[in-house]
Design a protein. Structure first.
Length: 193
C-alpha cells in the first residue's frame, strides 16, 4: 500500500494517515539508530558496486549514513523504490522566514531531496547525477503547527545524459503545499584507484 500520497476526504481519514506516517517514520528511525545510523559521508568502499536504488535502500536501513541536511531541516527518508523517493519532514519554528511562515528554502530542500533521490534510484552501478535545474511552486504556507508533510519524488524520464523528475509536498489530509520539477545531468562516475 502506498502511504506516501494520501487520498483523504475526512478529518478522521487525515488523522489515520498522520498516525500511519508517524508510525512508519518512527520505525525507520529506530531501525537506523539500531544499526548505528547517523549523518555523514559514505566512503567509496561502502558504495562500490551498488546501484543507486541499492544505495538509497542502504540509507533507509542505516547501513549507509544519511545526509547532514536531513538532520538540520528535520526530515527523514521514509520510502524508496525504482523511480521514486519519499521524505517526511516536520516544519519547525527554526525554519521560519521573517514573515512568520516556513522559509521557501525548507520546501526547496525537501523537494530537491525527493526528486534527486528518485533519480538516484535509477542509476546503474558506475553512473551518477547532479541537479542542473530545480523549479518549485509553493502553493500553501506551512507553519510549525502544520505537522508532518511528505515530499514525494517521481522520475518522469531517465536517459543516458538527462533525467527529469517531479515532486509534491502534501499533508496527511492530501492538501498540496508545493510542487517541483528537476532536470539532472547523468554521467559516468570517475573510477577511483
Amino acid at each position: 500500500m502506498d502511504t506516501a500520497t494520501p487520498n483523504v476526504t475526512s478529518e478522521s481519514g487525515a488523522q489515520q494517515t498522520l498516525r500511519q506516517w508517524n508510525h512508519e517514520r518512527d520505525e525507520i528511525q529506530a531501525r537506523i539508530r539500531a544499526r548505528g545510523g547517523k549523518p555523514g559521508l559514505a566512503s567509496p568502499a561502502m558504495t562500490a558496486g551498488k546501484t543507486g536504488l541499492e544505495l538509497m535502500q542502504a540509507m533507509l536501513t542505516g547501513e549507509l549514513p544519511y545526509a547532514h541536511i536531513a538532520e538540520t531541516l528535520d526530515f527523514t527518508l521514509v520510502q524508496v523504490g525504482p523511480g521514486t523517493a519519499v521524505f517526511q519532514g516536520t516544519p519547525q519554528l527554526k525554519h521560519y522566514n521573517p514573515l512568520g511562515s516556513v522559509h521557501g528554502g525548507w520546501y526547496a530542500t525537501l523537494l530537491d531531496s525527493a526528486v534527486g533521490c528518485a533519480v538516484h534510484t535509477m542509476m546503474p552501478v558506475g553512473r551518477g547525477y547532479t541537479t542542473a535545474e530545480l523549479s518549485i511552486n509553493i502553493v500553501r504556507a506551512a507553519f510549525n503547527t502544520s505537522g508532518p508533510l511528505r515530499a514525494i519524488g517521481t522520475v518522469v524520464h531517465c536517459g543516458r545524459q538527462l533525467a527529469t523528475a517531479e515532486g509534491r509536498i502534501v499533508g496527511p489530509d492530501g492538501k498540496l503545499y508545493a510542487h517541483a520539477t528537476t532536470t539532472c545531468l547523468v554521467f559516468e562516475l570517475p573510477t577511483r584507484g
